[in-house]
Design a protein around this ligand. Structure first.
Ligand code: BTN
Length: 251
């Protein structure tokens, strides 16, 4: 179990609900948000029995190894800012991992967090009325993954060779999310777009394949547009705006 007393002492004024086991922190945070819980409320679990990933996938949530949290955000973002909130969360997770574990991560649009070429953290955002539920899973201390994830996933421990404090990660994460959200509220999308483009090797000049539903596009990435969507230049030189989808490197 994480040291919740330490986390609460370092995040005063925050509601932190920590559970031994939940189906998904997204479900519990959504329920609390619907009942009017304060902005910044954190719901965490030692294990999730039905952890949710993007595209309806499940999120592998080994008990006691990862950080599995959902944070309720009530920032007043205009609707057009929503795609950039996702990018801001990616920047926040990257910053928290860097400051806690000293591991420099890459960001794969829109918000996969990679150590080396494998995923060490994932982000899922949903809406509950006016609240945003930011779901974050960090593979902190896993020593192995199921066979189907072995080539795709890694953990901070597997990369850095040591066990990392999940409560330190949690505190750093909550602080980073707070500061990136404040930046977005105060200065708009531009600084986040700039910082994401600088932090991600996938935003420009990268040969990728994008799978979105039935469509599968290949091309070279050509930056982000003002809304935060990825621009992909196909082999005919045509520019496609990618609204959603799984981005993978290809040759
Ligand atoms: C992804 O597919 O990359 C997103 C993964 C998000 C996982 C986290 S773990 C905490 C929160 N609760 C969930 O059920 N999912 C998110």
């Amino acid at each position: 179990m994480i040291d919740t007393a330490w986390a609460r002492a370092n995040l005063p004024d925050r509601r932190i609900d920590w559970h031994e086991s939940l189906e998904s922190t997204m479900v519990e945070a959504g329920r609390l948000a619907a009942h009017g819980c304060p902005s910044g409320t954190i719901v965490g679990a030692e294990e999730q029995t039905a952890g949710q990933g993007r595209f309806g996938r499940t999120w592998h949530s080994e008990p006691g190894s990862g950080l599995y949290v959902s944070i309720v955000l009530r920032n007043q973002f205009p609707p057009e800012t929503m795609p950039v909130v996702t990018l801001a969360l990616g920047l926040a997770v990257r910053e928290a991992i860097q400051s806690t574990a000293g591991i420099a991560c890459d960001l794969r649009w829109p918000n996969d967090v990679l150590a080396g070429s494998r995923k060490c953290a994932g982000i899922l955002t949903t809406l509950e009325g006016p609240a945003i539920i930011a779901g974050i899973g960090i593979n902190a201390n896993h020593t192995e993954f199921p066979p189907e994830l072995r080539d795709l996933a890694t953990s901070l421990r597997m990369e850095g060779g040591q066990i990392y404090s999940r409560e330190r990660l949690l505190v750093a994460l909550a602080e980073s999310i707070g500061s990136f959200c404040r930046l977005l509220e105060l200065e708009g999308r531009e600084p986040i777009l700039r910082m994401f483009s600088a932090a991600s090797s996938f935003v420009s000049g990268r040969r990728v394949q994008v799978e979105s539903g039935e469509t599968n596009l290949r091309g070279t990435t050509a930056g982000l547009n003002q809304a935060g969507f990825l621009i992909l230049r196909d082999d005919n030189g045509r520019e496609n705006v990618i609204l959603a989808g799984g981005v993978r490197p290809c040759s």
